[in-house]
Design a protein around this ligand. Structure first.
Ligand code: FES
Length: 139
């Protein structure tokens, strides 16, 4: 199976690899795994507290070329977006942009799940999901 040129580009020159310093509460972290292949993706967003916009994003992916390309692409896409806009990114947009074949669709789903998890983590830290957490504790 041949990778598309865009996958190869992101794979060879991944954007935004790395992670933010621990303990920075403007950062939300999402870590997800794909049961189908065992690949793991960690994706982080850094949010500007005064604008509420994502100003930076980083990832570490232990996975196939498509997973690396998907995470590289999505970290580029979320920069400058609001949390809600980031939640709107669909794996199908990633798969289309990277021309992923059907067997590699789950790699783009991993990126969508990872960004959603990162946004949830940020919201939980900043109280937006606090109510749900409190309810869970009470139960
Ligand atoms: Fe599983 Fe790509 S093969 S993430």
């Amino acid at each position: 199976m041949a990778y598309s040129e865009k996958v190869i580009d992101h794979y060879e020159n991944p954007r935004n690899v790395g992670s933010f310093e621990k303990g920075d509460d403007s950062v939300g972290t999402g870590m997800v795994g794909a049961p189908a292949c065992g690949d793991v993706m960690k994706l982080q967003i850094k949010v500007n507290p005064s604008t509420g916009l994502i100003e930076d994003a980083k990832f570490k992916t232990y996975g196939c070329g498509s997973a690396i390309a998907s995470s590289s692409l999505i970290t580029e896409w979320v920069k400058g977006k609001s949390l809600d806009q980031a939640l709107d990114i669909k794996n199908t947009q990633i798969a289309e942009e990277l021309a992923l074949p059907p067997v590699k669709i789950h790699c783009s789903i991993l990126a969508e799940d990872a960004i959603k998890a990162a946004v949830q983590d940020y919201k939980a830290k900043h109280g937006e999901a606090g109510e749900a957490a409190e309810q869970k504790q009470a139960a």
